[in-house]
Design a protein around this ligand. Structure first.
Ligand code: SF4
Length: 334
C-alpha cells in the first residue's frame, strides 16, 4: 500500500506541514517535511493530523468570529448540516464530524480567520525543495538538512525517494523519521537516498506493540534487521518513545539493545520521554485523545533507562546528545 499521489508524471506528496529550524529531527537545524498517512495507530501519537490517508478538515473554535459576524461555512460548499450553531448556547460554529469528513479545501477556503483549515496539500518535489532551500544558510552553519517525517513517509516511497534524491543533487543532507511498518520494497526504494535513518522501536513485545500501536512489531523488526545488513554504510539512529506503563521497563530497553548492538551502523539509541504536545490537535480534528488520564513519565525512570543505554554503548550521555555525526567511541562527551 502506498500514498503516492500522482499515478503518471512526477510524483506528488500529500504534505501536512513544512517546519523550519527543527532541532530534534536529525543533526544540525532541520527543515522537516511531514507527510500524510500511517500504518500504525499509536495511542500517544503527537501528530494525529498525519495519520489518515486523505486531506482532513480541522477546526479551531477559538479562531471563529461567530455565525452572526461571518457564518460563511453554514452554506455550500459545506454539506448541509456539517456546520451548525446551537440555539441558545452561543454564536459559535460547531462541527458534525460525520458530515464534515466530506468537506475539503473548498469549505476551508471560505473561512476568513483560519478557524477552518485543511491538513494535507499535494506538492511536487520542486515545490517542497523551493521552500526547504530557504534554510540553506542555516544548513551550512549547523550541518543540518532536510528530514522527511510523517505519518509514515515510507508509505509514499516514490515521492520520498524523489524528494531526497533531488535534495542530494542540490547539496542538502537527508534524514527520514520512520516506524518502518511497511513493505520492505518501499524502504529499499528510499534508503539509497538517506543519510540518517531515524527509526522507532516502540516495543520488543509483539503483543504490547499490537495493543498500543495497532500492529505487531514483527514486520518492523524483520525490516530493520534486513536494512541494517543491506546498507552497512548508512547511519541508523534507533528511538523509543518511552510511555509510562507501556514500554518503560528495563527488560524492554535491554531487549532493544540486544537487537541493535550487533549492528555497528546503528550509531545511537535515543529514548524520547512521553509528552502530550499534540493533544489539542485531536480536538481540532473531532477526535478523542485516549491517553488523557495517563501519568507523566517520572524523571528518575528516564534517567535510569538512559544509564542502561549509556553503559551498553560505553559512553555517558550517548542516549541524550544529538550528535549522530559522531560514531561510537569518537566523541568527547565525558
Ligand atoms: S467561516 Fe470560519 S470564522 Fe466564519 S463562522 Fe465559519 S468557522 Fe467561524
Amino acid at each position: 500500500m502506498t500514498n503516492n499521489v500522482a499515478s503518471d508524471g512526477p510524483p506528488k506528496g500529500l504534505v501536512v506541514n513544512i517546519q523550519h529550524f527543527c532541532t530534534e529531527d536529525g543533526p544540525g537545524l532541520r527543515c522537516t517535511v511531514f507527510l500524510k498517512f500511517c500504518s500504525l495507530r499509536c495511542k500517544w501519537c503527537s501528530n494525529p493530523e498525519t495519520i489518515g490517508r486523505l486531506p482532513e478538515l480541522a477546526y479551531n473554535m477559538n479562531k471563529c468570529i461567530g455565525a452572526k459576524a461571518c457564518g460563511r461555512c453554514l452554506h455550500p460548499p459545506a454539506p448541509e448540516g456539517a456546520m451548525y450553531v446551537v440555539d441558545g448556547l452561543d454564536d459559535r460554529i460547531h462541527v458534525n464530524w460525520d458530515l464534515a469528513s466530506e468537506c475539503g479545501e473548498e469549505t476551508a477556503s471560505v473561512c476568513p480567520t483560519g478557524a477552518l483549515y485543511l491538513f494535507g496539500r499535494e506538492m511536487t518535489v520542486d515545490e517542497v525543495l523551493n521552500e526547504v532551500e530557504q534554510d540553506q544558510a542555516s544548513f551550512a552553519d549547523s550541518g543540518g538538512g532536510i528530514t522527511v517525517s510523517g505519518g509514515e513517509c515510507m508509505l509514499s516511497p516514490d515521492f520520498t525517494a524523489a524528494l531526497l534524491e533531488e535534495a542530494h543533487n542540490r547539496g542538502i543532507n537527508t534524514a527520514v523519521e520512520t516506524a518502518s511498518n511497511v513493505p520492505y520494497a518501499n524502504i529499499e526504494k528510499v534508503a539509497p537516498h538517506v543519510d540518517y535513518y531515524y527509526h522507532d522501536i516502540k516495543s520488543m513485545d509483539a503483543e504490547r506493540h499490537k495493543k498500543w500501536s495497532g500492529a505487531s512489531n514483527k514486520r518492523v523488526l524483520d525490516n530493520l534487521k534486513r536494512l541494517y545488513e543491506q546498507f552497512p554504510d548508512k547511519k541508523f539512529i534507533a528511538r523509543t518513545p518511552v510511555i509510562p506503563g507501556v514500554n518503560d521497563s528495563e527488560e524492554n530497553i535491554r531487549a532493544t539493545l540486544d537487537f541493535i548492538r550487533p549492528h555497528p551502523n546503528v550509531i545511537k539509541y535515543e529514548l524520547l520521554p512521553y509528552h502530550r504536545f499534540g493533544q489539542s490537535k485531536y480536538g481540532f480534528l473531532g477526535q478523542k485523545y485516549e491517553l488523557e488520564d495517563f501519568p507523566s513519565l517520572p524523571e528518575e525512570t528516564i534517567v535510569r533507562l538512559r544509564t542502561i543505554v549509556d553503559e551498553a554503548f560505553g559512553r555517558k550521555g550517548w542516549s541524550e546528545v544529538n550528535d549522530p555525526l559522531q560514531p561510537p567511541g569518537s566523541a568527547t562527551t565525558g
